[in-house]
Each structure stands twice: as C-alpha cells, then as structure tokens.
Design a protein around this ligand. Sequence first.
Ligand SMILES: *Cc1c(COP(=O)(O)O)cnc(C)c1O
Length: 237
Amino acid sequence: MCDRYEIPLIEDAAESLSATYRGRSPGTFGSLGIFSFNGNKIITTSGGGMLVSNQPKLIEKARFLATQARDPAPHYQHSHIGYNYRLSNVLAGIGRGQLEVLGDRVEARRKNFDHYFQALSDLPGLTLMPEAPYGKSTRWLTCLTIDPEVFGCNREALRLALAADNIESRPVWKPLHLQPTFSGCECVGGEVAESLFLQGLCLPSGSSLTAADRDRVIGHIRAIAPRPCTLPREYSL
Ligand SMILES: *Cc1c(COP(=O)(O)O)cnc(C)c1O
C-alpha cells in the first residue's frame, strides 16, 4: 500500500532484533528501520539505538542530522537544524559485545513464555499472545489479555494482586490517542489499541528470571483465577 501511494515506510522495529517475519528481519521492509538498545531491551548499550536502510542517501542524511548538521566550513555554520544524536564509540563497542549474547537472551525470553504458557493457558478468560505460524517472536515481553466477564476479575485487579506481593507487571502500552498530550487531536479508529490497553498485561519477562520466579507469578495468577471447566460443554441428563 505504501508503494502504491508513494509513502515512505519507517519501521519501528525497536524490540524485534532477531525476530523474523516470513523469513525476513523486521526493520528491513521499509525505507528505514529503527532498533532500540535502551536498557530494557533484549540487548542494550544502556541507551540509544540503530537506524538501518538499504538507501545510502537516507543514511548519509541521517548521519548529517544526527551530528549537528554542520555546513562544510572551518567554523561552526548551520544551514539546517541538526541534533546531537550520536551513539558514542564506547556504547557501540558494548553493543558489539552484546551481539554475542543475543541468541542466549532470546532463548531465555522464549523460555519465559513457554513456561507461562504451559502453566496458564488452560485458564478461561486468559489469553497469551499467540505466535504467528509465519514468524518467530523474540518474546521480549510475555503479554496476556484478560476477559473480565470470563476470568472473574479485570486486568487491573490482577496487576494489583501481583503488586501486593512485590511482583511488578504492567498494563500494555497506552495508545497515543489516549495520551493527554494529544488530547483534542483528530483520531481515526483506535478501538483495538484501546481494548488491548484495558485488557492487556505484561508479565515479568526479564532474561534472568528463574523458574522459581516464574512459578511465584503463576501461583498468584492461578490463585485468583476461576477454576478451569472440567465438565463436558454439553451433556444430557
Ligand atoms: C523500546 C521501544 C521504543 C522506544 O525505544 P527507545 O530507545 O527507548 O527510544 C519504541 N518502540 C517500541 C516498539 C519499543 O519497544
């Protein structure tokens, strides 16, 4: 669609390093792809990120803007507004070291998901994010949705129950159109993002979680969940 309307696609691939979509890496479909190396990502340089493109002109322009947009003059002269968005060479060095553990980290995150899935997927009203058959997720976060009608309590009650035992979980991201800073802006659609925000919860998902940590989370969720239905759905007397 972007091709048809000549819209450049900029991909937010922030958390998807090492994931695949139909055999290709996220971040490689559009004109530009962006990855984050923030402290909470699968691998990190403590902050900063990476911009990728197969169009050298765009990368050249990005480098120019990211390094203060200086005109070719011996003094500091600017015909464009630039930024100081460099990732330092020290941080880049850390990033290269981190690449060596990327596979292990993804494996650990996927293991978190598998464990939660085995232990929770029988609960009515609780749905864990499925993996598409045509892709591989990094499982950066294990997220679930709660249907309060079926589960018996809503997402926030579950979050608070975990917090009461010092277990941090978080609602999935609040959509931009609900952010106060954009209030009053025109908005088209948004219902899907809104319901994910209302029903979605991110479980503890760090690469260093132990099986015992996960079991603690699972124990609390099962304790407030309704019993799984063991009766046959239809039966006659
Ligand atoms: C982490 C993340 C961001 C923000 O990345 P920063 O490097 O913290 O600016 C943006 N989008 C998605 C999908 C993310 O996961």
